[in-house]
Design a protein around this ligand. Sequence first.
Ligand code: GLU
Length: 480
Amino acid sequence: MRARFAPSPTGYLHVGSARTALFNWLAVRNAGGELVLRSDDTDRERGSEEYYRDVIDGLRWLGLDWDEGIEVGGPHGSYRQSERLTRYGEVAEELRKAGSAYLCFCTPDELSARRDEARAAGRPPGYDGRCRTIEPTAASERRDSGEAAVLRLAIPRPGETVFEDIVRGEVAFDHANVEDFVLMRSNGSPTYHLASTIDDVDFAITHVIRGEDLLSSTPKHILIALAMGAEPPQYAHLSLLMGPDGKKLSKRHGDTALHAYRAGGFLPEAFVNYVALLGWNFGDDESVFTRDEMVARFDLSDVQKNPAIFDNEKLEWMNGVYIRDLAFDDFLARTEPLLEADLGRPLEDAERDAYREIAPLIQERMRLLTEAPEQARFLLVDEVSYDPASWEKVMTKPDSRRAVEAATTRLEAVEEWATDPIEGTLREMLAELQLNARKGLQPLRVAATGSSVSPPLFESLAALGREASLKRLRGVLERL
Ligand code: GLU
């Protein structure tokens, strides 16, 4: 099995494309085959180096490796279409000479006038084949003398292209609905159909796994491959991703660029696990499984053809599962850089120790890695800034001042500054003041951390240290 992932660098790697890449990867790894990465970068105007890098970085972040192609090389020379233009020109010329393709001199204005006429008369608006009957030698003379021409594939008519799609089953296209489409533009650049098919043939691709949006291109690609004398690959068209509302996945549903998930605190392992479930399932009702398990069980023919729902909520839930599952060192390695980025400087040793004290509690509670700096920031700054909503909700309550005052006095007397003694002292305080935990402890939490959402209070105070804790409590008393 040789499959390929063939992104066009005309945008950031979309989550839908990431899923296509993943299904290619899973199918290939399951079969012990090879994955080729090429870049469909013939569109100079819309393509950019930034998008090209984004695709590669995204795949690497997901841990999807490839055996041949961009950056890793291989026996077929360049895997960037922009560097294979000569080859496309050669094939185009061969197809023309063999009579499988013909030159067309219709101008854009003529084409659009005839299209309008056809529509008005209720005929199909595709190209009407006018230039197909021009005698080939005459046609090439016209082109050689400078007349603008495109090259079109001469679709066998009448005819039909039928293929067995691995996901969708048998798919048939009547050639009455497939126009003699363009292979080469008049400026000598190949269309996507031509370049993509030549690459698939040249790179000996056996399986084309891609989005369903390209299904209607497939008869064209099969016909080009046949005209080249090649055996067309097998196709698997993956259903498109929908948002939870059943509409095509778009910005409306959240981020669609993969890099936003990376920046947003998702683990690539969780992302891969979640995305693998979009149109495929593990068999039993399990939803969390390792990459090896996924590879071992993946089978393209189990992929469903109905649309898959991409639900950010579920993805976040799964991310939380994976975060809790990280070995502690790994958790630190992934979150400490986020803390440093948030601070804009490296962590000092004492800060690192304080964070490590509290980190297990943070790890237990979060769904996104980016919550780590939010939760730990109070440990790393000299003065907390109070979240206005938390202050309003908690500190304006009648008992708050009393609680902070009593806690301050009692905590000053704690001998060993550690979680248990702190907890004991504060529970005594609650009993004496006859306050419940919410009324008596929430104000301390806001005082110490700046927010009513933080790691557990006793541990937070212990990690923060005696001096800083008392200073914050006293500071709040002044403010109150
Ligand atoms: N380059 C095409 C795209 O990004 C996909 C090509 C293909 O898979 O055939 O939409």
